[in-house]
Design a protein around this ligand. Structure first.
Ligand SMILES: [Zn+2]
Ligand SMILES: [Zn+2]
Length: 117
């Protein structure tokens, strides 16, 4: 089993790969590397885990859409064409477009949840 930093809680733990977009989009999530490493608690066990909490799921999908748009050079429309839904608010998209620092992770669109790195 893999060990690493959990994307959500930041703990060094056993981690499992979570597909940010599942179901019919799972293969595309793999193709575009829209996956995160999560500890078992953040992945499935806890009430606010990715598989139990709609809020956590939405948070990850916002992150995933940002990642795809930045890495693939997509507009929101391109993302919708691939993954069916837009998860970002217009101001979140606007803020992201003005940011060159995505690779350094110093920018966060979603301000009320702090990422561990
Ligand atoms: Zn965790
Ligand atoms: Zn999962």
């Amino acid at each position: 089993m893999a060990t690493g930093y959990c994307f959500l809680c930041g703990n060094w733990e056993t981690v499992e790969e979570h597909h940010i977009f599942g179901g019919p989009f799972r293969k595309k999530a793999t193709k575009y590397k829209l996956t995160v490493q999560l500890c078992p608690w953040c992945h499935q066990y806890d009430a606010d885990s990715a598989h139990k909490s709609a809020e956590t799921r939405l948070y990850l999908r916002k992150y995933g859409q940002q990642k795809a748009m930045k890495e693939q050079g997509w507009t929101a429309e391109d993302f919708i064409r691939e993954f069916g839904t837009n998860y970002l608010d217009p101001d979140e998209i606007e803020a992201m477009n003005g940011c060159d620092d995505w690779q350094n992770n110093s920018f966060r669109v979603i301000e009320d949840i702090e990422l561990p790195y």
